[in-house]
Design a protein around this ligand. Structure first.
Ligand code: IMP
Ligand code: MG
Length: 206
C-alpha cells in the first residue's frame, strides 16, 4: 500500500493535556497543546516537503525574529539542500495580547532579487504580520516567495492569507513555548502550551 502523502496544510490539534504540564510550570501553563516529540516529528515532515520542492534551487530562508529561533534551528538541520539563511525583524505586539501596527526592526541583508525565498514565522494569527513581511520581501523582487509557519490559528484571521507549509492548525488559545513568548517569557519551553488567561490579564507586556 502506498504511504499516505504528508500534508503541507497542517495537522489539526484540538484539545490540550493539563496532565502533561511539568509541575514547575503549573502555575502559569494551563495545558500542553503540542508535546515536544510531536513537534519534532512534524518539523521533520515539513523539512521533507520543503526539500522536495526546493531540491534544484538556491533557496534563501528569511526567518522572522524572535519567535522562530527554535523552529528554524530544528527545521534547517533536516534540510540537506543548499540554503542561505537570513533574518527579518517585525514587531506587532505592542499591548498585551492585542496586535498593533507591524513595524520593520531589521531588514534582510542577503541579495533577494531573482531568488527563491521561503519566509518563516512562528504563528499565523490575524495574518497582519506575515502579510506585512511578504510586502517587504516582494519589494526586493524575488523570483518566488513561499511561507512556512509552525502554527496556524485560522479562526483569528483578519487578512485573507494562507501559508504554504503549516505545522499545526490550533484553536484560538494564546500559546507559548518552543520560541513563542508572552512578554518575552516562555520561549524556552520545549513544548507548546496554553498560557493561563490570568497570566496575560495581570502581567504587563513589557
Ligand atoms: P498576526 O500578525 O496576528 O498574524 O500575529 C503574528 C505574530 O503575533 C506572531 O509572529 C507572534 O509573534 C504573535 N502571536 C500571535 N499569536 C500568538 C500566540 O498565541 N502566542 C504567542 N505569540 C503570538
Ligand atoms: Mg513573532
Amino acid at each position: 500500500m502506498p504511504a499516505t502523502p504528508i500534508s503541507s496544510k497542517g495537522i489539526t490539534v484540538t484539545a490540550g493535556r493539563p496532565d502533561l504540564v511539568p509541575p514547575k510550570w503549573r502555575r502559569e501553563i494551563q495545558s500542553v497543546l503540542i508535546p515536544a516529540d510531536k513537534i519534532a516529528r512534524r518539523v521533520r515532515q515539513l523539512a521533507q516537503l520543503i526539500k522536495k520542492d526546493y531540491k534544484n534551487s538556491d533557496l534563501v530562508i528569511i526567518s522572522l525574529l524572535n519567535g522562530t529561533v527554535l523552529f528554524l534551528a530544528d527545521l534547517i538541520r533536516h534540510l540537506d539542500i543548499p540554503v542561505k539563511l537570513d533574518f527579518m525583524g517585525v514587531t506587532s505586539y505592542r499591548t498585551n495580547t492585542l496586535p498593533g501596527k507591524p513595524l520593520v526592526t531589521k531588514q534582510p541583508q542577503l541579495e533577494l532579487s531573482n531568488r527563491e525565498v521561503l519566509l518563516i514565522d512562528d504563528i499565523l494569527d490575524t495574518g497582519k504580520t506575515l502579510n506585512f513581511a511578504l510586502g517587504v520581501i516582494h519589494a526586493y523582487h524575488p523570483r518566488s516567495v513561499k511561507t512556512c509557519v509552525l502554527l496556524d490559528k485560522p479562526s483569528r484571521r483578519v487578512v485573507p492569507i494562507t501559508a504554504d507549509y503549516v505545522g499545526f492548525r490550533i484553536p484560538n488559545h494564546f500559546v507559548v513555548g518552543y520560541g513563542l513568548d508572552y512578554a518575552e517569557r516562555y520561549r524556552n519551553l520545549p513544548f507548546i502550551g496554553v498560557l493561563k488567561p490570568e497570566v496575560y490579564a495581570t502581567t504587563p507586556i513589557l
